[in-house]
Design a protein around this ligand. Structure first.
Ligand code: PNS
Length: 161
């Protein structure tokens, strides 16, 4: 079975992430969702533990139940890939801006550590979803529910209301 790493900040998980995780679990078998973070700093809205909890809540009853695991890793994506013993890294692409950034990272990760990357296109209706927009909308009292799973909407309301 192919095992892949899907790295990100996931602060918080949104429906674009869910789309990529579901595609990857169908195509490859097992997806290790890697929350990359700096243990020296607590930036962000949610703690790493809360992000793990929100990911589990978002995916538990979906198409990829039993086909993923969630783990936090400090540092580089390639070190997480090696620690998790995956075959390659998976990244979702929303647009050409993502492609420019991801292509540079993919080339670097292959060159420095021999870890390949595979891209998956996100579904068109998720092409403008981002965790940053979700956080901003929630912080200013807007409704992010069209962009995130329902457990994330509830968690954001609890923090910002
Ligand atoms: O959810 P995000 O913020 O888009 O995730 C970006 C992330 C964490 C996947 C990316 O910044 C990353 O891979 N960071 C780890 C640091 C790293 O490996 N740097 C070398 C890149 S060549």
């Amino acid at each position: 079975m192919t095992k892949v790493l899907y790295p990100g900040s996931f602060d918080p998980i949104h429906l674009g992430h869910v789309d990529v995780i579901e595609q990857a679990s169908r195509l490859f078998g097992h997806v290790v969702i890697a929350i990359l973070h700096n243990p020296e700093k607590h930036g962000g809205v949610f703690t790493v533990e809360q992000r793990i909890h929100l990911i589990d809540g978002a995916l538990a009853d979906g198409h990829c139940a039993g086909k993923y695991s969630v783990k936090a890793f400090p540092g580089l994506a390639v070190d997480a890939a090696k620690a998790a013993d995956v075959d390659f890294i998976v990244k979702g692409l929303r647009n050409s801006g993502d492609f420019e950034i991801e292509q540079q990272m993919a080339h670097t990760n292959l060159a420095v550590a021999g870890v390949p990357t595979v891209y998956l296109p996100c579904s068109p209706e998720r092409s403008s979803v981002s965790s940053r927009f979700v956080r901003e909308i929630a912080q200013y009292g807007g409704d992010p529910s069209s962009m995130v799973p329902s457990n994330v909407t509830a968690a954001l309301k609890e923090i910002f209301s």
